[in-house]
Design a protein around this ligand. Structure first.
Ligand code: SF4
Length: 375
């Protein structure tokens, strides 16, 4: 807490604060932390509901709170954690957001429309649209994957929990998605999530809070490039989230070429960590496999992948490499992709080919940010 604490009270409510140095980032506060600041406790819950479920950040509009309290809160809390500075909309409905943080750095988040809204003949809604939101956890990244634009800019800093939460809030608000509308979150944008585990854990606590955005942990997936020791750490926290591993290769030599960190955490150590992960037996661990023409798309690679995944309840996502200017890697042929998928299927492994959503808006991580940097 950055405030000196001292009681201030009226007959109806009490705010603990007085010497204000800097307004607190609302999105960085768990409900329990807000309850420490704002009493009686139900006032904190009311504020949480108004901000997260009605998308209001103007305290004068929170009419459920007494007027004096509203003006106090307007001084003590800030909601400008990040702002949307650019948005690119793809033909497939994906929307890529460029967001500016308070210190001027920019990050990206992508809203993927997984299923469109469907209507009955009478115009009623037969099926709600389904969304997945791909979030950033760091400015830049330390991992340095060879195929990634984010890696080119190096690592700048971890995002705070508030900066992770605010990405969801801003995009849900931008679409005015009703509070109850289910949305899946995947920590797969800029950064290695397990490299910022403490802030990510806090963000997940805020995002799952019933009075807030109420996004169940079951709807959240942490995607890692495979830091084995941190997979164990995440497992020990038992958050109930899904796990996705960016495998991308089946031998250490190729994987090292793609993910230099593989030197410290070779494939075998990643697979062993996945086997130790306390997974709900009904769920599957997702393995992401970025297909690159003539590098990792051979029938032999498919065979080796089957062997590696033995004993793991897994699902494999084959992703088309999404070329960008200057990259030496090429997009694979559809026939090779399908043959790879069929080889996994024939050995009982669920496997899907992911069409590169948002291809026309350069949805691979870091591309919109790179473009903005070049002006
Ligand atoms: S692909 Fe992900 S983990 Fe690899 S450098 Fe890019 S942001 Fe980091």
């Amino acid at each position: 807490m950055r405030w000196c604490e001292k009681s201030w009270a009226t007959s109806s409510h009490k705010v603990i604060r007085v010497v204000k140095r800097e307004a607190l980032d609302f999105f960085d506060l768990t409900l329990e932390e807000l309850e420490q600041i704002l009493t009686p406790r139900f006032r904190a819950r009311q504020l949480y509901q108004w901000v997260y479920q009605r998308y209001t950040d103007d305290m004068s509009e929170v009419t459920v709170l007494p007027k004096t309290l509203r003006s106090e809160l307007a001084e003590q809390l800030r909601f400008d954690t990040l702002t949307i500075v650019d948005k690119a909309i793809s033909q497939d409905g994906s929307e890529k957001y460029l967001m500016r943080l308070q210190d001027g750095h920019t990050i990206e988040a992508v809203l993927l429309k997984m299923k469109p809204q469907k209507h009955h003949d009478d115009g009623g809604i037969a099926q709600e649209a389904r969304y997945t939101l791909c979030l950033s956890t760091q400015v830049g990244c330390k991992v340095g994957c060879a195929f990634c634009l984010t890696a080119k800019g190096g690592f700048v800093r971890n995002l705070t929990a508030g900066e992770i939460v605010a990405q969801v809030w801003q995009i849900k608000r931008d679409h005015q998605l009703p509070a109850h509308r289910g949305i899946n979150l995947v920590y797969m944008g800029m950064g290695e999530p397990l490299d910022n585990l403490e802030n990510l854990t806090k963000a997940i606590a805020i995002l799952t809070t019933e009075e807030g955005l109420a996004i169940s942990a079951k709807r959240q997936t942490i995607s890692t490039s495979g830091i084995s020791s941190r997979i164990d750490k995440l497992g020990a926290l038992n958050l109930g989230v899904h796990l996705a591993i960016s495998l991308h290769a089946v031998d250490n030599e190729t994987r090292q070429q793609l993910i230099p960190m593989n030197r410290a955490y070779p494939i075998e150590s990643v697979i062993e960590a996945v086997k130790r992960f306390p997974y709900d037996t009904r769920k599957r661990v997702m393995f992401e496999y970025l297909m690159i023409k003539d590098l990792n798309d051979s029938p032999q690679a498919a065979k080796r992948l089957v062997t590696l995944l033995e004993g793991i309840k897994s699902k494999v996502n084959l992703i088309y490499f999404n070329p960008y200017p200057g990259t030496p890697f090429k997009r694979p042929d559809r026939a090779r992709m399908e043959a790879f998928r069929d080889a996994l299927h024939s050995r009982g492994i669920t496997c899907t080919i992911r069409e590169s959503k948002g291809l026309d808006i350069e949805a691979a991580c870091g591309q919109l940010r790179e473009k903005a940097a070049k002006g």
